[in-house]
Design a protein around this ligand. Sequence first.
Ligand code: CTP
Ligand code: MG
Length: 397
Amino acid sequence: MKIGIVIVAAGRGERAGAAAEGPKQYRRIGGEPVIRHTLRAFLTWEKAGPVVAVIHPDDEALFAAASAGLAGAGRVLTTHGGATRQQSVLAGLRVLADTDATHVMIHDAARPFVDHPLLERIAAMLEAGHAAVLPALAVTDTLKRIGGNGTVQETVSRAGLFAAQTPQSFGLAAILAAHDKAAAAARDDFTDDAAIAEWAGHAVSLVEGAADNIKLTIRRDIAMADEKLSRQAALPDVRTGNGYDVHQLVPGDGVTLCGVFIAHDQRLSGHSDADVALHALTDALLATCGAGDIGDHFPPSDPQWKGAASRIFLAHAADVVRKRGGVITNADISLIAEAPKIAPHRETMCQNLSEILGISRERCSVKATTNEKIGFIGRKEGIAAIATATVVYGVLA
Ligand code: CTP
Ligand code: MG
């Protein structure tokens, strides 16, 4: 399964009113254009395949400025939309049809608060074989139908009523065929893609939407979104993860710690080159984004890791963190070993961390202590390492 993304952004935002910054998807909230938030949400989602942005021909420059410098912006394909949302979606689907995408999530650029848990819920439904998945929330307000004279005609039961959100998600071939069929039948009155799927005879399955995933429609929505993000700007999403590892010492000719080989009358036995320090730091990094531990990514039972240099694992963990939007700001390791002496190698060790993680030397730290001859470490039966990683993931959502 390869999930392509279509982000429709070719509307004129008439209900939100005109602004110097352009249509609503280019208005700034929290200091950045609405569509930049939307793009970032998908570009930092690890299951996202090809991304297509459908824009208005007049907005080329606005889009280029709004996406400039965004991580992954280089892989966003663009195409021009049409006079209706339906036409814009079809244009995006046609571009996606030329990629390796098998499924598609169709999303409004005007919904910048879409979050990864929602995308994961939808992906799980697609994975389970649902042809059409619609995120929606049960209607909570009491509904009234108003007559021509402005007075209430009836109170409508809200039982079984849901408000539709995006991204609405489908098998790519099926939704493209449904859209083509609607266009051929001159049916241009559909306001969302689930309605087209339904019209084409596909069962549409519901998944729980997200309360924050609102569509910015009127001026007030934009002002409230800006206020919300500005408040959050004061709360950076700083996360710390810890990691711990131990390996046994056996007779040998040296140990590898933080990627440095130190001649010694013992060696460490265990996974890969048994570099406890890098293993602990790998776990610490993975822990900042709920990505499991080293054993999940590199099973000890897999023969290809036997004797491998542990820097591979650390580089992989750094990559996982960055793909999820994390910026590594600090890496700290404490080694607990009776012998060999670590101090002469600390600087090289820190430089290794700096190089593998791609962060400055001052953000890396390696310390060592003996265990005062107590316990298994004191008896030189093993070496342990404790690590703490600090990663900043933008601002709190
Ligand atoms: N959209 C589009 N092409 C259109 C119309 C809408 O790509 N011809 C996109 C919008 O840019 C938006 C999403 O569809 O991201 C949802 O539409 P809506 O909220 O109605 O946006 P607008 O049509 O721009 O706003 P309005 O209806 O107030 O003019
Ligand atoms: Mg519209």
